[in-house]
Design a binder for this molecule. Structure first.
Ligand SMILES: Nc1ncnc2c1ncn2[C@@H]1O[C@H](COP(=O)(O)OP(=O)(O)OP(=O)(O)O)[C@@H](O)[C@H]1O
Length: 773
């Protein structure tokens, strides 16, 4: 069997497939897929598992799929799926094909009277004829044939005990797949559908097509079973036939009356109600003797079969229907109460009996017997240790941890663990486990975010100028003052804005950022202030602007120097009055928003030239934070470079631990016209290209390659102040020694000839730490 394992990707898939193939039965595999899951629609509520009487559902990647080999086709999963992710095999197209090419005969299940009520039965016949069916028969006549055969069998059986009679294919599936020991007790007579199918095929010839129409899902499987195949060509549910009628715009209630083409059905019409079969076969369900029982409904069927299987009881005879009678089948619209439907069927039977002129029928013209085969699937039993191991994976180590909450669809944690063992369920179906996992990952994320946001958000840099920036952030964060952040492009203006917001009392409210240069004037206005419905072409609904989105929080207006004079006045109004007017409205809207703005333009010059309104400039310029270009704080470059190296190594899944001294030297000496943004891009590129553990000069863009220093690993770079050069040199030296000593500080201190405490103090000062692997 091991060869099979190799064919499957996941171990659970392998286990499952082996199990399914281990047991052979009948003439072939029973793999009809009667109920399918529409991929993507399943939302993991597990209602199908909860309601499946035999747990024939396998969850794969969050999609609950029916396992045909285990399914008894009762249709409960289809009924309970709120997302309508379960779909019953459709045969509408097949029948449409028959109607255009073949002589097609409709066979109506006896429950149709209740389904189409208040339409007259004859109106249903007329409607089907109008659709193109050549003849319309009552399956109740098939039931009558079956009744005759039952009587005969019961006579043959004499005093035999423990017989199970059922016209219900779901019960047959249940016995064949789950209680094969009881197969010999199933009365080997076909169902009314097959009896009628065989009768009609004999009567009208094999070329005609027989279509059964009823409320049942399991009938679709039954018609295709090896043991009875060929009698019925297609099975439509009541829902399918109603769909076909609707497409043709045929209203049954407006049709005339037509007679069935079948023979009288007598008591066969009673089959869809519990005990109907016994009544028509003349067997008494005597309560006092408790020898003949009528079992209907899922729970009773399961309980009864379990009891019989375990030898706890053995009545003389039992009549079983898996639904509470076919009148409660899954594929119908339940317009009326169950009692009303029962009454409608009884009334129809009574009328039929009154009208019927007895005609002798020779049931011998067709074979009404069938065989049943063992279709059970063998599941290896997990040992106690196997179950414990699965439970332990979910953190269920003691019996108290087993909550048996049923959220996964299984009634106990152990039952679910066994399903996991069999490859039918997944660990993550366990709700308490999932909640614990989510809480844990939420906590991790919060902690990561704290580290990520650090003291000043993502801002990295220890230079004197950055220290000054941090001091300013600290001061302004406590206020609500408007701040203008200035500096060349890529110097980190937006990061400063974020740091101010997250250190302010507004940190729990939104931080909204917009690049004012990125949008044309009209669009920017509606983006900032929102618009009324119909304010302009395309404004189908009213929309809030970013100022409203940022209510109670902060708005960051990047590239403020680029906005038009018209918008400048509107912005001034927000800053002065705290209100604005939505595009297309007349009434002002008030908001409580802190404004932070940034520009890399020379605003003073713009004011002088008349391109920027002076009042707005003064209003924005209450406090200014200047960010120096990177070339003026080169001592930050080693730290920034290591910061980006870590970020991209982690993101790209590479293990790069540092830079060669030549590469670092080249980085420190570069011109960085694009500032930190350019440095970040260069490092990202290098991480992608690097093949070794360290970034080399060759991993940097061409223009960097001539910049690297002499053999000592360091050279003075033009434009650097003495202090900057010394700091950068120090950092470079420290990192080299630390890396050489695998970050053992005692060893690094020895290499550098420093006291351990001095080295430790410098590591703290420069915030050095090993690159994460
Ligand atoms: N001090 C810093 N520490 C860490 N990363 C930084 C720093 N400064 C800038 N960056 C990074 O550089 C990039 C550009 O930063 P940001 O957008 O804040 O610059 P900016 O000055 O607002 O640019 P622009 O004027 O073009 O909008 C971002 O990826 C940012 O994370």
């Amino acid at each position: 069997m091991s060869f099979l394992v190799q064919n499957f990707v996941s171990p659970s898939e392998a286990v499952y497939c082996i199990i399914i193939r281990e047991k052979r039965y009948g003439k072939g595999w029973y793999t009809m897929e009667i109920v399918k899951t529409i991929t993507g629609k399943c939302r993991m509520c597990y209602a199908c598992i909860r309601n499946c009487p035999v747990k024939a559902i396998k969850v794969v990647e969050g999609q609950a799929r029916v396992v045909p080999e285990l399914c008894i086709a009762c249709g409960h999963c289809v009924q309970v799926c709120a997302q309508q992710a379960k779909e019953v095999q459709r045969e509408v197209e097949k029948v449409e094909g028959y109607l255009t090419t073949k002589r097609t005969i409709a066979c109506l299940a006896p429950s149709f009277v209740a389904e189409f009520h208040p339409a007259w039965p004859g109106q249903v016949v007329a409607a089907l004829k109008q659709m193109g069916f050549a003849e319309v028969h009552e399956v109740a006549f098939g039931a009558h044939l079956v009744t005759l055969e039952y009587r005969r069998y019961l006579q043959e059986a004499g005093e035999r005990q423990g017989l199970i009679s059922t016209p219900c294919p779901a019960v047959v599936n249940l016995v064949s797949k789950y209680y094969p020991k009881l197969l010999s007790q199933l009365i080997p007579v076909v169902s009314p559908m097959i009896a009628l199918g065989r009768y009609l095929k004999k009567k009208v010839g094999p070329d005609s097509r027989i279509v059964f129409i009823g409320p049942c899902v399991a009938k679709k499987g039954e018609a295709q079973e090896d043991e009875v195949a060929g009698a019925v060509d297609a099975v439509l549910t009541f829902l399918e036939i109603k769909e076909m009628l609707a497409v043709r715009q045929i209203d049954v209630n407006s049709c005339g009356n037509m007679d069935f083409d079948s023979e009288p059905a007598y008591l066969g019409r009673l089959y869809p109600v519990g005990g109907g079969l016994l009544r028509s076969a003349g067997v008494d369900a005597d309560i006092l003797a408790n020898q003949v029982l009528v079992i209907e409904g899922r729970e009773d069927c399961l309980e009864f079969l379990k009891a019989v299987n375990e030898g706890q009881m053995m009545p003389k005879m039992v009549d079983m229907l898996f639904c509470k009678g076919c009148i409660n089948g899954p594929m119908q619209e339940n317009k009326f109460s169950a009692f009303r439907r029962r009454k409608i069927v009884a009334e129809f039977t009574r009328q039929g009996l009154e009208k019927a002129t007895p005609r002798p029928i020779n049931p011998d013209i067709i074979n009404l017997r069938r065989e049943f085969h063992d279709k059970s699937v063998f599941f290896p039993r997990p040992t106690e240790a196997d179950i414990r191991k699965i439970l332990a994976e979910l953190g269920k180590l003691t019996p108290e941890d087993e909550l048996n909450c049923g959220a996964c669809g299984y009634s106990s944690c152990r039952e679910k663990a066994i399903a996991v063992y069999h490859g039918l369920a997944e660990n993550r179906m366990c709700l308490p486990y999932l909640i614990a996992q989510l809480e844990k990952s939420n906590l991790n994320l919060r902690q990561e975010l704290k580290v990520f946001q650090g003291q000043y958000g993502q801002l990295v840099g220890n230079s004197a100028v950055m220290q000054e920036v941090y001091r300013m952030i600290e001061k302004v964060a406590k206020t609500d003052a408007t701040v203008l952040i200035r500096g060349e492009s890529g110097t980190g203006k937006e990061l400063v804005a974020r740091a101010i917001h997250y250190r302010s009392r507004r940190s729990e409210a939104p931080f909204i950022s917009i690049n004012c240069a990125a949008l044309p004037e009209t669009l920017l206005e509606s983006e900032l202030f929102g618009h009324a419905r119909g304010a302009f072409t395309g404004a189908v609904t009213a929309k809030k602007g970013l100022f409203e989105e940022a209510h109670e929080g902060t708005i960051f207006l990047d590239e403020i120097g680029d906005i038009s004079p018209g918008l400048q006045s509107k912005l001034l109004r927000v800053l002065q009055e705290g209100e604005f007017i939505r595009v297309g409205e007349t009434r002002p809207t008030r908001v409580n928003v802190r404004v932070l703005a940034a520009t890399n333009r020379d605003l003073e010059k713009a004011v002088k030239e008349g391109a920027f309104r002076p009042e707005l400039f003064y209003r924005l310029n209450v406090i200014t934070i200047w960010l120096p270009p990177l070339r003026e704080r080169r001592d930050d470059i080693p730290l920034l470079a290591r910061h980006f190296l870590e970020k991209y190594s982690r993101r790209l899944g590479k293990e790069i631990t540092g830079f060669t001294s030549e590469a670092m030297d080249a980085l420190v000496r570069a011109d960085w016209q694009g500032n930190v943004r350019e440095l970040e891009n260069v490092i990202e590129r290098a991480v992608i290209l690097a093949e070794g553990k360290k970034i080399e000069v060759g991993d940097l863009p061409r223009q960097f390659r001539n910049l690297s220093a002499n053999a000592s690993g360091w050279a003075y770079t033009k434009g650097m102040s003495f202090k900057e050069a010394v700091t950068a040199y120090e950092i470079n030296l420290l990192v080299q020694a630390l890396e050489e000593s695998q970050w053992v500080q005692a060893r690094a201190a020895e290499i550098l000839g420093l006291k351990r405490s001095t080295l430790n103090e410098m590591i703290k000062r420069y915030k050095l730490r090993p690159a994460k692997k």
